[in-house]
Design a protein around this ligand. Structure first.
Ligand code: GAL
Length: 237
């Protein structure tokens, strides 16, 4: 069943109109730099400063277990970095999945009133070009770059019926990446709380979904359709 969410990539929008529409919007960006992943922060933040939400106001929420290692990066006027204590688990799978709980707690607490939209990103990425308000929507997901031409049968959904993340072979719209999603704060709160609860329920049964939080995100977005879908930008040439 189509649900008419726009699929967005370069050339599908007029940034001048959108910049005006989102003029008084403050955007939160969550990123997790736990254990050795702290090394990615410098480039992540520096390139975000260059390319992310230029002309708008951003608050970075950096979750880390190593606050002293958070680099000092020159921020644009009015921009802010909030460093928050992240839970560090021995297994990277738990670090990855734990993000859902920490984001949902953040959405319940200080975020309310501080930002309108939240963008949740992986830290081991860098910006290579402008990413602006064209990505914002009440609930947005991003097509995984490995699967946007693939048939749904080959999507790496969780296929075990006992799992909360289970998606049968004949269901599924897209395969979304766990590394880029977001939306309005109440929507992100619902998404992350729901995924966290699903992960807890699976853990009680000794089940862990094949791609961790990404599997639960895919399940959530199947039944709570995103209002915008971001297309993975493929470098030319
Ligand atoms: C890989 C990626 C993983 C996961 C997987 C899904 O390319 O590295 O993080 O997204 O695809 O099949």
């Amino acid at each position: 069943m189509p649900w008419f969410a726009p699929i967005v990539w370069d050339g599908t929008f007029d940034i001048t109109i959108l910049d005006e529409q989102f003029r008084n919007t403050t955007i939160g960006l969550t990123v997790f730099a736990v254990k050795k992943y702290v090394v990615f922060l410098q480039v992540f933040l520096e390139t975000a400063e260059q390319y992310f939400m230029v002309g708008h106001r951003v608050i970075y929420y950096v979750f880390t277990d190593r606050p002293v290692d958070v680099p000092t990066v020159a921020l644009r006027p009015g921009w802010q970095i909030v460093v928050l204590q992240a839970q560090s688990y021995p297994r990277w799978q738990d670090v990855s999945m734990g993000r859902m709980e920490m984001i949902s707690e953040l959405c319940k607490g200080r975020l309310l009133g501080e930002v309108q939209y939240l963008v949740c990103l992986d830290v081991d990425m860098k910006f290579r070009d402008y990413v602006g308000v064209e990505i914002l929507s009440p609930l947005f997901g991003t097509l995984h770059r490995g699967f946007y031409t693939a048939k749904r049968q080959s999507f790496t959904y969780k296929r075990r019926p006992q799992s909360q993340a289970f998606i049968p072979e004949d269901e599924g719209d897209f395969y979304y990446t766990g590394g880029i999603f977001g939306g309005l704060v109440p929507e992100v709160r619902q998404l992350t709380a729901n995924c966290h609860q699903a992960m807890l329920a699976d853990r009680d049964q000794d089940i862990e979904a094949v791609w961790h939080d990404e599997s639960y995100l895919n399940k959530y977005l199947l039944y709570h359709k995103p209002t915008k879908v971001l297309f993975p930008r493929v470098p030319l040439g």
